[in-house]
Write a protein of this length. Structure first.
Length: 219
């Protein structure tokens, strides 16, 4: 069984597009004979995220931790209890491609680290920021980017490495380092790039939005 885990903190603006994209990817995997379950982990949401998630054929898990590592860990734990063999992680402000899950499985690896891209920049973000970002990003095979928005992990390898830790930042980086230390076979690919938001108001301090903000202020 493939499990898709999506943490969300007040993501009403982006969640519908995220879930619609994930359901398309799930449908492609199910057509190929796989079982897919999706869980949205609502972490201390006080917007319409819960009601939006309820409109889709997904499971909802509510936590009150305001910690993305803990939220991901809780979602994974639920899916492991349901028999998940493969764990696919993305973010609520991101849209996965239609072949996302099949691409991950096709590598027959322990871990698949994918890239992200920005389809639509905000109007206030000038061309200098865009060029600065693109010049520094490794959009290629064998890159070394780690994104919780585009990550696939074999359940056995995940458990062997100790899983996501309850970190408010870089929980994905910590897990990949633990997987590397455990000897997991990791594929670094740009073939299944996930579209993500260019917003600067990060849900987590030090996350992707803060990285873009730092580029915006760079000379």
């Amino acid at each position: 069984m493939i499990a898709v885990i999506i943490p969300a903190h007040n993501e009403a603006e982006y969640l519908p597009r995220c879930l619609e994209a994930v359901l398309i990817a799930a449908g492609a995997a199910e057509t190929a004979g796989h079982r897919v379950e999706i869980v949205v982990v609502l972490d201390r949401c006080n917007d319409a995220s819960a009601s939006i998630a309820a409109r889709y054929p997904v499971s909802v898990l509510e936590v009150d931790v305001r910690n993305v590592g803990q939220a991901r860990r809780a979602g994974v734990a639920l899916m492991l209890e349901r028999g998940a063999d493969w764990l696919a992680c993305t973010d609520a402000d991101s849209c996965v491609p239609a072949q996302w899950l099949l691409c991950q499985l096709g590598f027959a690896a322990d871990v698949v680290c994918g890239t992200v891209h920005i389809d639509q920049w905000q109007a206030v973000q000038d061309s200098a920021l865009r060029e600065r970002y693109l010049s520094r990003y490794q959009n290629r095979e064998d890159h070394r980017h780690i994104h919780g928005a585009n990550l696939g992990i074999c359940a056995r390898a995940y458990l062997r490495a100790g899983g996501f830790q309850p970190l408010a930042l870089n929980e994905d980086v910590q897990l990949i380092h633990a997987l590397q230390a455990s000897g997991a076979r990791i594929v670094w690919t740009a073939r299944n790039s996930v579209s993500t938001s260019s917003r600067l108001d990060s849900r987590a301090r030090g996350g992707f939005g803060d990285y873009l903000r730092s580029l915006a202020g760079a000379n």
